[in-house]
Write a protein that binds this ligand. Structure first.
Ligand SMILES: N[C@@H](CCC(=O)N[C@@H](CS)C(=O)NCC(=O)O)C(=O)O
Length: 228
């Protein structure tokens, strides 16, 4: 299988299926196409009918859209624990994953993923606060119902739902958004995940900085400079 993704520093949609594939130990080749380069659109277009990444190529099969890729992998490898065990937990995990995929625009617009910097908190508009409150509620409710056995949403195992929310967790941290202790604990679980650490280490090593994604935010710390 071949997963085509964009910058690990900035591309939250790319991170999601990559984390799932790593979490369940799938072998795959990856190609990183950096965004905002003169040939980015042409290179992505060679693989992706939507002109966006991630896209998964598996022989004759081409799957785009992050959640469709995860869904395809779960169909292809039913023995792999991509979703949590049990119909009820799986239905719940798919509900919150799809809510994430289609929602939280105020957070996504105000706080684009950037693993390399820590920024001052943006103005907390009503819309942004509603997004953050709903995310905290989802994590709290999911962990209370299903998470007793470990630090992830459904307990000891990192599932597709954790992959969908991983770049949400990093945004809350990157943009210094105040959160309750249980929300912080879940963010810390994502930062401690070995596959996430591998992704972030590779992100820090990337040569590209895209100013357009960084302007308008007050930098508190350049993590690539201090730890990269
Ligand atoms: N809904 C899509 C979103 C994909 C998306 O927006 N990808 C961005 C990178 S994170 C992209 O390919 N942008 C192309 C560009 O900016 O030229 C998914 O879930 O995969």
């Amino acid at each position: 299988m071949h997963l085509i993704i964009a910058n690990k520093l900035y591309s939250s949609w790319s991170m999601r299926p990559w984390l799932v594939m790593r979490a369940v130990g799938l072998d795959f080749e990856e190609t990183v196409i950096p965004l905002r380069q003169p040939d980015s659109a042409e290179r992505i277009g060679q693989y992706s009918p939507s002109g966006k990444v991630p896209v998964l190529i598996d022989g004759d099969v081409k799957v785009w859209e992050s959640l469709a890729i995860i869904s395809y992998l779960a169909d292809k490898y039913p023995e792999k624990p991509i979703w949590p065990d049990g119909m009820v937990a799986r239905a719940h995990a798919k509900s919150i994953s799809m809510e994430m995929h289609g929602g939280f625009q105020p957070l996504r617009m105000a706080c684009p993923m950037n693993l390399g910097k820590r920024f001052a908190a943006p103005p907390m508009t009503d819309d942004l606060k509603a997004s953050v409150d709903r995310i905290a509620e989802i994590w709290r409710d999911t962990r209370a119902r299903f998470g007793a056995g470990g630090p992830y949403l459904y307990g000891a195992r990192f599932t597709a739902a954790d992959a969908m929310f991983a770049p949400v967790a990093t945004r809350l941290d990157s943009y210094s958004i105040p959160v309750a202790a249980d929300t912080r604990a879940y963010i810390d679980a994502i930062y401690a995940d070995p596959n996430f650490i591998a992704w972030r280490t590779a992100a820090f090593a990337e040569p590209w900085t895209i100013e357009a994604y960084e302007e308008g935010h007050t930098v508190i710390e350049d993590l690539r400079a201090s730890r990269g």
